[in-house]
Design a protein around this ligand. Sequence first.
Ligand code: ZN
Length: 436
Amino acid sequence: MSIRERAGKPRSLRLAGGRVIDPASGRDAVGDLYLHEGKVADPAQFPHVQWEEIDVRGKIVAPGLIDVHVHLREPGGSHKETIRTGTRAAAAGGFTSIVAMPNTKPVADGTNTIAWLRQRIEADALVNVYPTGCISQGMAGEALAPIGSLKKAGVVAITDDGHCIQNNDLMRRALEYAAMFDLPLLDHCQDYALTADGVMHEGYWSTVLGLRGWPSLGEEIIVGRNAMLAEKTGATILCQHLSSAGSVRILREAKKRGIPLHGEAMPHHLLLTDATVQGYDTNFKMNPPLRTEADRQALLEGVADGTIGVLASDHAPHALFEKEVEFDRAPFGIIGLETELAVFAQALIEPKVIDWPTLVSRLTIEPARVLRLDQLGKGSLALGGDADVTVIDPSLEWVVDAAKFESLSRNCPFDKMPLRGRAVLTIVGGEIVWRL
Ligand SMILES: [Zn+2]
C-alpha cells in the first residue's frame, strides 16, 4: 500500500471492468470509466489518447468519497494532526474531498485564518480540503463572526462544531445571514445546561459505571430548535453527528414538512453502544456519546429511509498522552478517516440495512448537495466533471492496525477489529494518491 504525492500531472486512465456506481445519474453497471486531463472523459472524443489501463474487475468504481466532518487540527494542534497527515489519512480511507472544522487554535472566525489555511492546503493537502468558518466570534456563542467576509474568503459552511450556540436569538440571526449568503450552517447539537459535565450517555451504564450522564434530551432539544429556526429563516442546517432516536424522529417530521433540515451520522454511533464504555477505555468517549441499542437501531432506520442523508467520520485526532487519562478527564473524540468506509459497510451493508449504491450516495452526492459541493463539480461521475474517483473492493477482508495509520493519532476504538471492504485506489483530479 502506498501514498503517492501529487505532481500536478493527471493521467489518462481507463478503469476497466468495474461496477460503476454513480448515484447522481442513477448509473449502476459494469463498464469502463475514462479519466483524461483531470476530468471524467468520453473516449470517443479522444481517439488518439494512449489509455493507461487499470483492471478493476470485481471492484466498485465510485465518485470520490466526501467527508464533510473532519478535524485537521491545524493551526495549533499539529501534535494531533496536520493538513499533511490528515489528508493522507483521507486518501488511504478513499476520501477525495473533506470539509475541515474551524475549532482550531486560533479558531477560524476571520478572513486571516481562512487565507492562511488556504495557503497551507494548497501547499500540503493530498486531497481536496474545504474550510469552514465559525458562526460566532471566538466560538464563544456571544457575537456573530463576519459571515459575509468568511464566505468571500472561501468557506463552504459555517459551524461552531465542538460548541453549540445556546442563545436562540443569536442563532436566528446567524441563520438569517447564512440564508442571505447561501451558506449552510452545520450545528453541533448540545444543550449545555442539560449536559453539564456529562461524559457518557445518561442511562443504565452511566449509573452502573458511576459516570456523569449526557442525556439524549440534550441533543434532541437543539435538533427541535433547529427545525423551528430552519423553517422560520429558510436557511439550510445540517445537524451534525446525530446519536439519538428522538433526534431521528424530529428530523424525519421536519423533512416531511419540507424544512431544509438535514442530518449526519457517524460510523461509531451506527456500530457501537454505551455498553462498550464498561472498560473505561477513553477511545469510546465521544461527543455526543454512544447511546443505547434502541438509539442505534433508530439511526440505522434513519439512514435506510433517507432521513439521515449524510454519513461522515467526525475524525477527531488526539495524542496518546491526552487520551491516556481517567475517563472523566479525557478529551472527547476518535479518529475515523481510515476505518470509516469499512465500519459503515459493517454497520449498514452486512446486516442489509442499505446496499452499496445507497452507501455510495450517502458518502458522495448527498453531502455534496447539502454543502453545495456539487456546484464545484464534486460528488458525481458526470462527463467533464472532476476526475475524483474511489475504487472500493467490497469483499476485501482486513484487520485494523492503528499503528499503521497515515493519521498522526491513534485514538481508534476499532483497532484490531476484522472488517470487510476497503478503498484500494483513490484518484484526485486524475492523479493516483493512494493505492493498496
Ligand atoms: Zn461536534
